[in-house]
Design a protein around this ligand. Structure first.
Ligand SMILES: *[C@@H]1O[C@H](CO)[C@@H](O)[C@H](O)[C@H]1NC(C)=O
Ligand SMILES: *[C@@H]1O[C@H](CO)[C@@H](O)[C@H](O)[C@H]1NC(C)=O
Ligand SMILES: *[C@@H]1O[C@H](CO)[C@@H](O)[C@H](O)[C@H]1NC(C)=O
Ligand SMILES: *[C@@H]1O[C@H](CO)[C@@H](O)[C@H](O)[C@H]1NC(C)=O
Ligand SMILES: *[C@@H]1O[C@H](CO)[C@@H](O)[C@H](O)[C@H]1NC(C)=O
Ligand SMILES: *[C@@H]1O[C@H](CO)[C@@H](O)[C@H](O)[C@H]1NC(C)=O
Length: 362
């Protein structure tokens, strides 16, 4: 019943989104060519960055990266140069940033920022959503998926994403959780050459190789839902239990959003979870960086004490960003790990827009 209701809504909402006068959204597919060295051991916590050449193997492939591009109509003169690339977290898709259903429009950062004159591209990371999904999940490590993301950014700066849309001059990356790790990895590999002019990393703090995050049980996607994923490599995993992504207080979010979230879960390559220790490596990235956390984030903040003293947290986190033009940590009081999906979503949204406007000017 639930499945039927949501798929029906999905079709209706495409029409609603398309007919919106102030904001135009289109599905786009950006082809990328990736040629990288991944860890032979796909559970290496440092994604091969500390490995010897003999412990690496080459992945060379063409992939399609799908995204939803939204822009204000008509484009405002001063902000048409800037685009935000939005990167979802582990077991999510681009729908985290732009739920395609009218009922959940209040949770769409794409809609929120579009109404404030800013364009977005919410991508599906490699291996998720409507993007290419390599048959072998061990090919989807940070080297490949973050490499594909950087190519998407370079494409937006050099080519027109849609007829009539000029290449963008500035790109601000906003990542959620595992999506923040993707942007973090790109900053490690590309440093001052990064195509991103500013980074906003949400719901993501340093994770050492021994950190055990209190994640719900992850299962091979093919066991979770054989009707959709029977053919997948078991290293593509997911979870229908998403309680840890929300505040403990169940009055802080809508049960319908929780149901929608569980229904729209997606498989992710387990490597991109296990390689999170890349966040402890020093990056020579030179743009401005902000981390935005929710005080009720059960993975990183709630019960850990890490987010109580913002000055102390900032001092800890900025150690690995020595060349960043600016570095700050903001803690959103009351928000959970999925800060876009609870009732306080508009608080972090306003924070993101303020940061993007500031980062676009520097
Ligand atoms: C792969 O790396 C993990 C994490 O460091 C380690 O526990 C495991 O033993 C390694 N596997 C192999 C086959 O080397
Ligand atoms: C890399 O090779 C050197 C020299 O052969 C060795 O001492 C070192 O332990 C190796 N490092 C890793 C991570 O395997
Ligand atoms: C949702 O959006 C509508 C307008 O679109 C607004 O009136 C309402 O206050 C919003 N609700 C929340 C919880 O933000
Ligand atoms: C994935 O590729 C690796 C490296 O080539 C190989 O060792 C592994 O067996 C492959 N796994 C599957 C499920 O094909
Ligand atoms: C979800 O996972 C948590 C932690 O493992 C557990 O406490 C809770 O009972 C689970 N909920 C359901 C509905 O399985
Ligand atoms: C665009 O112009 C408006 C009004 O002058 C200003 O408030 C906003 O910060 C500008 N945006 C950017 C990205 O510079």
């Amino acid at each position: 019943m639930l499945i039927f209701a949501f798929s029906l809504l999905f079709h209706l909402s495409s029409i609603l989104v398309a007919s919106s006068a102030s904001c135009g959204c289109s599905s786009v597919v950006i082809p990328v060519h990736v040629d990288v060295s991944v860890a032979k051991n796909s559970t290496d916590p440092f994604a091969g960055l500390k490995s010897n050449a003999s412990d690496l193997r080459r992945v060379e492939a063409n992939y399609d990266i799908h995204g939803v591009f939204c822009q204000p109509e008509p484009a405002t003169a001063n902000e048409s140069d800037v685009v935000q690339i939005l990167v979802h977290g582990f077991t999510y898709t681009g729908e985290y940033w732009a739920p395609p259903i009218a009922e959940f429009r209040n949770y769409s950062y794409a809609a929120f920022s579009c109404a404030r004159g800013l364009s977005t591209l919410a991508i599906d990371s490699l291996g998720t959503g409507l993007s290419s999904r390599p048959a072998n999940a061990s090919d989807v490590q940070y080297q490949t998926s973050s490499g594909a993301l950087s190519q998407v950014a370079r494409h937006l700066k050099s080519a027109s994403i849609l007829p009539g849309v000029a290449p963008f001059k500035k790109i601000i990356g906003i990542g959620h959780s595992g999506g923040a790790a993707h942007l973090n990895f790109g900053a490690l590999v590309e440093g001052a050459q990064s195509p991103f002019d500013g980074l906003i990393l949400t719901s993501f703090l340093m994770v050492t190789a021994d950190t055990v995050l209190p994640l719900p049980p992850l299962v091979p996607a093919r066991e979770d839902d054989p009707s959709r994923w029977a053919a997948l490599d078991p290293a593509y995993v997911t979870t229908s239990n998403r309680t840890f992504f929300y505040p403990v207080n169940t009055a802080a979010f809508s049960p319908r959003m929780y149901a929608f979230d569980a229904f729209t879960r997606d498989p992710s390559s387990i490597s991109t979870l296990l390689q999170g220790a890349i966040s402890t490596l020093t990056t020579l990235y030179t743009g401005p960086v902000a981390k935005v956390m929710g005080s009720e984030d059960q993975l990183f903040c709630k019960g850990t004490g890490r987010c109580d003293d913002v000055a102390a947290l900032t001092a800890q986190e900025q150690v690995v960003w020595p060349k960043a033009q600016t570095f700050e940590v903001i803690v959103e009081q009351g928000s959970g790990h999925d800060m876009n999906l609870d009732f306080l979503a508009n608080n972090p949204f306003a924070t993101f827009v303020a940061l993007v406007e500031r980062f676009s000017r520097v």
